[in-house]
Design a protein around this ligand. Sequence first.
Ligand code: CMC
Length: 389
Amino acid sequence: SGLITLDVGFKNTGSTTSDITFLDGEKGILRYRGYSIEDLCEHSTFSEVAYLLINGELPTAQEFDKFKSDVSRHTLVHENVRKIFDGFPADAHPMGVLSSLVTSLTAFHPESLDPNRDHEMVDLTIHRLIAKLPTLASWVYKKSVGHPLMYPENKLSYIENFMKMMFGLPVEDYDIDPVLVDALDKLLILHADHEQNCSAATVRVVGSSQASLYVAISAGINALWGPLHGGANQAVIEMLEDIHANGGDVDKFIAKAKDPNDPFRLMGFGHRVYKNFDPRAKIIKKHADAVLDKLGINDPLLEIAKGLEEKALNDEYFQQRKLYPNVDFYSGIIYKAMGFPTEMFTVLFALGRLPGWIAQWKESRNLGQPISRPRQVYTGAVARPYPTK
Ligand code: CMC
């Protein structure tokens, strides 16, 4: 078997070549298909970015129209999926419900199970996933507050439709606030891909066994759920609320994070690759100020977050370890201002990351990559006799 190189956590192991996302952790650069996230946030929409990631190029007007109509015709979810959904408790964590429902789609669209599916079939699955995830996500929220589920409205844009399914009610008109739509659009663009992160790597690994795209995405949702990955956006707000409830004493929490005997970490701080700053966090921080301003919301958590950031950035412990605020540090404050409950934050991350996962899966399959199967160094018991009486 030869010599095995150990790299626990894959800190220095490349698992693939990729044409999708470029990331320079030292310079704080993030580009999708060569376009900077700054430019994409300024000029593009989330739907265009989804097309770009999945297909490699920005769409022409005609291609974009086709893409939008290909997606919107699949926004309804089979009514029997709803029966599965009905069995979940109303207080179930949305991420577990979402990944289960995405897996359940294999039963309603079994053509996705065929490893020899042609391009058209693959595209159909991709369009279904992009179309149905917002519908499912809104269901989970509606159930948690005891409201009737909303049906999609295909004449609305992707984000408008999602906002209406989330916050609209059948008994009254829902005024779509363009400020909120724009803010969510930008946030989803910033989350759309991040090369070989834990969930994207998971999607590629599951896809490598030629399992259905639905289950690969479902696995990605589950990987994202953890507090060290996408779950950090929920954990940040919970941490800020905790600090607030403790009289706003930031120093105490910084000391806890530095204590080697305390497992507590500053949520929303640090990154495996970014060692100078996270370019997404820079853009989000600007938006947090703007959105709260426009909505006339004065959230004490924003002040606590800013204070915490400043203290940490001036602290030797964080400086030595190159720990900076990451994408999750300010995103939750915006989501909260928009009216999303904390438990939905990671679902929003999943909605944003979906095109990236799809692009990663597609690239891996198009390259015909072999099944992912790492090796190990065995450290257990040597051969020993079975104890007999
Ligand atoms: N607070 C306090 N100390 C930290 C933190 C933190 N947030 N992050 C890292 N450290 C310390 C860590 O204890 C270690 O110290 P030492 O060398 O003394 O043992 C050193 O910094 C290096 O950390 P690491 O755990 O070896 O680094 P990693 O690359 O394995 O982990 C990370 C990266 C993002 C998981 C980690 O920084 C972390 O747990 N951050 C908090 C959770 C978080 O915000 N996650 C979101 C990541 S970005 C978006 C996403 O993926 O969803």
